[in-house]
Design a protein around this ligand. Structure first.
Ligand code: SAM
Length: 235
């Protein structure tokens, strides 16, 4: 087979993208493997939940929630009071173990399931099995290639009519590269616009989106975005 220069460039481009994706998954996993972050972040969640998160998610369906990248479960503590079941999925086994220790298999009528992901897949979860996918203060670090893969997975695991609340970076408008660890707040190359494009590709509607900055407690104006995606209901 003859490979011309254009083919070679496109193959090399694909390999380079794949290397970036794998590198950023490993880097982001290892940066959050342990440390004082989880203990230090815990006291802030009450204010974030009441002031920022709840106004956006209050009308969503909490019957069967999938929380992506829960860390040590500070959001889960709020979600479990609303949900019938929560599936917790994180790339770090010790985060999943910390959540299992904290919540067990069942608490106050909410059942819990726990999985470790390879970093961009929800393959352990059945199609159309969840009413809500929730991720706060985690996806802000995920490279856009990783977010793209997760958005496709989210489209698969949501029930028709189900929603995803996603807190992600918008710092790609300033630094559109994958050097997230050097960006303010370790924000990735994601943008609100890219999220709308990934949603369209995956067949999801954008039900809500707003930028998030100083008023929400982040260090820069428009650093992040909140997006609610919706899987269209069956006709
Ligand atoms: C900054 S912590 C936030 C945890 C939690 N959401 C919170 O608000 O406390 C980031 C979390 O993302 C997880 N993580 C990092 N990369 C991931 C990936 N590619 N897929 C799933 N989880 C990931 C880390 O293990 C960690 O639990």
């Amino acid at each position: 087979m003859r490979l011309d220069q254009e083919d070679a460039a496109s193959v090399c481009g694909d390999v380079a993208l794949e290397m970036i994706r794998l590198k950023t998954i490993a880097q982001c996993r290892d940066a959050h493997a342990e440390g004082n972050y989880y203990r230090d972040a815990e006291p802030y969640i009450q204010k974030q939940w009441e002031g920022v998160i709840w106004p956006i998610i209050k009308d969503l369906d909490f019957t069967d929630v999938l929380e992506l990248a829960p860390g040590h479960g500070r959001n889960t503590e709020h979600l479990r009071r609303l949900a019938g079941s929560i599936t917790l999925i994180d790339v770090n086994p010790n985060c999943i173990e910390a959540c299992r220790e904290r919540f067990g298999e069942q608490r106050d009528g909410c059942t819990f399931r726990y999985f470790v992901t390879n970093g961009d897949s929800l393959s352990m979860v059945d199609a159309s099995s969840h009413s809500l996918v929730y991720s706060f203060d985690s996806m802000v670090h995920f490279d856009s290639s990783v977010v793209r893969a997760y958005v496709h997975e989210i489209a698969r695991v949501l029930r028709p009519g189900g929603s995803a609340f996603l807190h992600h970076s918008n710092y790609g408008t300033v630094a559109p590269n994958s050097d997230w660890a050097h960006n303010p707040g370790n924000r990735s190359d994601m943008t609100a616009e890219r999220m709308r494009g990934f949603a369209e590709e995956a067949g999801l509607d954008v039900a809500f989106q707003r930028l998030s900055g100083l008023a929400d407690g982040w260090g820069l104006e428009d650093l992040d975005a909140f997006t609610v995606l919706r899987r269209p209901a069956l006709a």
